[in-house]
Ligand binder design. Structure first.
Ligand code: ATP
Ligand code: MG
Length: 637
């Protein structure tokens, strides 16, 4: 079947299509209905069906692959490696489930995880869903007040944490941050379960804090069966990255998510049972949930959980893992590849990477120079794919498992099966049907299985934030559109290109420009490693573009004459490629750009600083010094 037909079927014969995909997972009881969209824009996938996420990730593999690798933990922070087979993972997860149960966790309760990248974090996620509880993983190392607000939002029965994480050899004590968060939060969890790694001293609160190692001893060989839950039962909540504002708490179901991940492994990632998946994200992000923990395990693959920087002991560490564990599928982010690009390319040739079928990249636009660099270095296909915390799996991708399709540099591909993707005009709301028109990327409801059910505890916010009702017109019945808040363009072959966030569109004297277009152009200058472009209010033109660039050669930063010359050259490049209208008012040079902890450029914060406004919620920001550099530059203007 051609991919076009496959996609058409997925949206036009939605029920048949997804009923077939649902066979990829195991059900305790078959579902009554495939898709209930009677309360649009809310959708319920596979209602009446009973299943369990942990069963599909772990238990179901015992009959065929009990002794194969399931979880491979590698830490270059504490210099340890540990491998768990499916049988061992099953035992550990049951022990963790028994511990959680002993602390009072029941079906529907929330379990909040504030954990470093250690096996116990994966055990706790799987154990929670095994019991029908709902996990909420908060990125390890978040500051106390962001953690406190998430504790209040989730109202967990138990918090699972550890003494410390480690980053680049520096120990980050978690317990004091957690204690402060628990003091700030209104909700008080009954118990705090602590994994002591022996990295940092911990103070214990009598009656509340429990040592995992000690209770674990009581449950040697304990069996805790999976709690069968309705397909629509929530499995977890997770926050968006907070790039455009206050993070939103996404609520995911059980059955739809399990089916979506199983299908994505087959059609998009093409990972086969018995192989190894290496995903370099963090369990605190959606990519970590879907493609470190659940996706590979559901697919019967071993998954690598890596604690450490991409550059320690050297920038070849990921490739050494590919070689050692014969990884066939790898998933990372453009921001990480840009980091590697600053290091010796010979490291790519040092290892045997012949097992690798493809490298998938998502999270941010993949610029062409980076794509080419890694593609030449690896010699396997580089597959850009576009999605959101909200969707849990790709909206735009190349589904090579259905039909081999060429990919195009700069494009995350075509609409993934199940997603009825459209472009609409931001002002009129009308659908843009032609090629090469710019518009907002939207998905016509219902969203496919695996996507968010609602915003946790706030159905109203879910509808108001994401959805727009389109009245019946010209024979098309009333329908709902989900906004991605991204701005894109589709070429004549149906490939999409993401131009930036809708907030990031710059309006210069009536011309609408995506920040991405200008950034791509600036990046094509050989001296530039990375750049952020924002629109800044201007009395004359409405808005002007401002660029902040990081140079490949950091020593040029202090050299005024060199910077002046580079600025002039870059402006000329933009003029030549996009025209004078896109030319930034200034190109300033910095040593580092402000990003979220998941590596996304915080353009709205840069913009606010440039306009001397309050930058808003910065709880997910990585390095405050980066924003200070910009405010110093702008202030000195
Ligand atoms: P928030 O919603 O809190 O502002 P966020 O949107 O950054 O944060 P995520 O869900 O982690 O939170 O990121 C999804 C966004 O990342 C997408 O909406 C898009 O802007 C960007 N993105 C993801 N993948 C790609 C890609 N392949 N190409 C371009 N942009 C991408
Ligand atoms: Mg978002």
């Amino acid at each position: 079947m051609s991919y076009a037909d496959f996609h058409k079927r997925s949206v036009e014969q939605r029920e048949d299509f997804w009923a077939e995909q649902a066979k990829l997972i195991e059900w305790n009881k078959p579902f009554d209905q495939v898709c209930d969209y009677s309360k649009a824009p809310f959708v319920r996938w596979f209602p009446g069906g009973e299943t369990n996420l942990c069963h599909n990730a772990v238990d179901r593999h015992l009959k065929d692959r009990a002794d194969q690798n399931a979880l491979v933990w590698v830490s270059t922070e504490v210099d340890k490696e540990q491998i768990y087979s499916f049988r061992e993972l099953h035992a550990e997860v049951q022990r963790m489930a028994a511990v959680l149960q002993s602390l009072g966790v029941k079906k529907g309760d929330r379990v909040l995880l504030y954990m470093p990248m250690i096996p116990e974090a994966v055990f706790a996620m799987l154990a929670a869903v095994r019991l029908g509880a709902i996990h909420s993983v908060v990125f390890g190392g978040f500051a106390s007040h962001s953690l406190a607000s998430r504790i209040d939002d989730a109202a967990p029965t138990v918090v699972v944490s550890a003494d410390a994480g480690s980053r680049g050899g520096k120990v980050i004590a978690y317990k004091p941050l957690l204690d402060e968060a628990l003091r700030l939060a209104n909700h008080k969890p009954a118990k705090v379960l602590l994994v002591d790694r022996g990295l940092a001293p911990m103070e214990r609160t009598e009656g509340r804090d429990v040592d995992f190692a000690a209770v674990r001893e009581q449950f040697t060989g304990t069996e805790v069966p999976c709690e069968w839950v309705d397909a629509t039962h929530p499995s977890y909540t997770l926050y968006t990255s907070g790039t455009t504002g206050k993070p939103k708490g996404v609520q995911r179901d059980t059955g739809g998510y399990t089916v979506a991940l199983a299908a994505s492994l087959k059609h998009i990632f093409q990972g086969d049972p018995g192989e190894t998946f290496l995903c370099t994200s963090d369990i605190g992000w959606v990519v970590g949930h879907s493609y470190i923990v659940y996706g590979p395990l559901i697919g019967g693959m071993a998954t690598v959980l890596y604690e450490g920087l991409p550059t320690t002991p050297d920038a070849g560490v990921w490739w050494s893992l590919v070689e050692k564990y014969k990884a066939t599928v790898m998933f990372s982010a453009p921001t990480a590849i840009r980091v590697l690009k600053k290091h010796d390319p010979a490291l790519l040739k040092k290892y045997d990477l012949s097992t690798l079928k493809a490298l998938f990249l998502a999270g941010e636009p993949l610029d062409e120079p980076t794509a080419r660099w890694i593609s030449e270095g690896l010699g396997c296909p580089i597959i850009d794919n576009y999605w959101q915390t909200e969707t849990g799996w790709p909206i735009l991708s190349i589904a090579n498992g259905v039909e081999k399709q060429p990919s195009k540099f700069g494009s995350p591909g075509v609409p993934t099966y199940g997603y009825d993707v459209k472009l609409i005009d931001q002002q009129s709301g009308e659908e843009l049907k032609g090629a090469d028109q710019k518009g907002v990327v939207v998905v016509e409801g219902p969203l496919p299985p695996g996507c968010l059910q609602t915003v946790w505890g706030d159905d109203d916010r879910f509808v108001k934030t994401y959805w727009q009702k389109v009245p019946a017109l010209d024979g098309k019945p009333e329908h709902w559109l989900y906004s991605t808040f991204d701005w894109g363009i589709r070429d004549k072959d149906g490939y999409y290109f993401i131009l930036g966030r809708t907030d990031d569109v710059i309006n210069v004297a009536g011309h609408r420009l995506g920040t991405r277009e200008i950034e791509e152009s600036i990046c094509s200058h050989a001296a530039v490693a990375e750049v952020a472009v924002v629109g800044v209010a201007d009395q004359l033109k409405g808005q002007v573009a401002m660029a902040f660039a990081v140079l490949r050669d950091a020593t040029a930063l202090g050299d005024e004459a060199r910077m002046k010359q580079l600025e002039a050259e870059i402006l000329k490049t933009v003029d030549a490629q996009l025209g004078a209208v896109a030319r930034p008012a200034r190109v300033r040079f910095v040593s580092v750009l402000p990003k979220t902890r998941s590596g996304k450029l915080l353009r709205r914060a840069i913009q606010a600083v440039c306009e001397q406004r309050d930058p808003g919620d910065l709880t997910t920001m990585e390095d405050p010094a980066a924003l200070r550099q910009i405010s110093d530059l702008v202030g000195a203007q």
